[in-house]
Design a protein around this ligand. Structure first.
Ligand code: PLP
Length: 355
């Protein structure tokens, strides 16, 4: 029987594996790099109020939110495009710029959404291995650029390994890469960065018309469940991305909550500092235990457990610790409450890494 067939690439794509979800209340969910804190009271209040308005469409392009974001970045509203999480924004960027035959260069291992979003456009995903210390190899990435390269992506801090790229490295990369290649800098975890040499997206954007920054309210701002993220880019780039965006994509609750979260940014950044302090504590303890942990600049740590990955993940699950294994490579563990982090450290202390 004939039947409608999706494009062959659809069947060939890897599935995005969501972080495991707890089946009981005592489990610690450390598998999706979420913020361990619930939304602030005032943010919860505006979400509840907005519930009474959901018979209406929200603002089509989230104009009020976009204006507030633009002000924070010191750019014009026309430079900002919001959508349903920065994963969706990246999808719009790739849809607007890539077609079959084009190439997209990223580091690898990096964010697992990249291969799916890239290949859905028909473009080829060129994956450049990380260095031995789990960093982007920007020289190799620049060398991987060809006439067919349309987009080069930099994930800083890199999910799932943790290191950032440095500002001077990015300046050098941008001087090398042709100006018609879009350089997308995924800054999903930028609020957690403490390395003073880390790339400063805003400065790179100001100096280069081909730079796009991706930001999200899912991690530091703690709104993962509402799906809102955005791109900051030069006017023509932003206009193209907006064309590909889902109409009315950012829902009323998300727009309202994101606006309230920007107003409460100071209180939220206090919590980010707490998460960072916990990250520093966890990394130091892991290293004392003998683990070789790459520089951790996000809200997660990377344990390079290679062939022992599923073993560690299942031992963790048995103790109610849900982590994110990448079979054959390593385990990404989100920073959670101090109690959850202690439970992780108790496990890693016993589970001696194989050298
Ligand atoms: C979590 C994450 C995002 C953001 O995802 P949302 O769609 O905004 O929730 C983007 N990039 C990376 C690397 C991430 O880890």
């Amino acid at each position: 029987m004939p039947r409608p067939l999706p494009r062959p690439v659809v069947a060939a794509l890897p599935a995005y594996v969501p972080g495991a979800r707890p089946s009981d209340d005592r489990a610690h969910k450390l598998s999706s790099n979420e913020n361990p804190y619930p939304p602030l009271g005032p943010v919860q209040d505006v979400i509840a109020e907005a519930a009474g308005r959901v018979n209406r469409y929200p603002e089509m392009f989230a104009d009020t939110l976009v204006a507030a974001i633009a002000q924070r970045h010191g750019v014009a509203a026309e430079n900002v495009v919001a959508s349903t999480g920065s994963v969706a924004v990246l999808g719009h960027v790739l849809q607007a710029f890539c077609e079959p035959g084009d190439q997209v260069v990223t580091a690898w291992r990096s964010f697992e959404a990249y291969p799916i979003l890239v290949r859905l456009t028909g473009a080829e995903h060129v994956q450049v291995p990380l260095t031995s210390d789990a960093r982007h190899d920007l020289a190799a990435m620049a060398a991987a650029v060809t006439e067919r390269t349309k987009v080069l992506m930099v994930c800083t801090p890199n999910n799932p390994t943790g290191p950032v790229v440095h500002h001077d490295e990015m300046v050098e990369l941008l001087a090398t890469v042709p100006r018609d290649v879009l350089v997308v800098i995924d800054e999903a975890y930028v609020e957690f960065v403490t390395d003073p040499d880390a790339a400063q997206g805003g400065r790179l954007l100001a100096d280069h018309a081909n730079v796009v920054l991706l930001r999200t309210f899912s991690k530091a701002y703690g709104l993962a469940g509402l799906r809102v993220g955005y791109a900051v880019a030069h006017r023509e780039v932003a206009a193209a991305v907006r064309t590909a965006a889902t109409p009315f994509g950012v829902n009323e609750l998300a727009q309202t909550a994101a606006l309230a979260s920007l107003d409460a940014a100071e209180a939220l950044m206090d919590r980010v500092r707490d998460v960072v302090a916990e990250r520093e504590r966890v990394v130091a303890a892991l290293r004392r235990q003998g683990w070789d942990v790459p520089d951790a600049q996000g809200n997660f740590v990377w344990l390079a457990t290679a062939e022992h990955t599923t073993d560690l993940a299942s031992r963790a699950a048995a103790r109610g610790l849900l982590v994110r294994p990448f079979a054959g490579e390593g385990v990404r563990v989100s920073i959670g409450s101090p109690e959850a982090n202690d439970a992780v450290l108790a496990l890693t202390a016993e589970w001696a890494p194989i050298d």
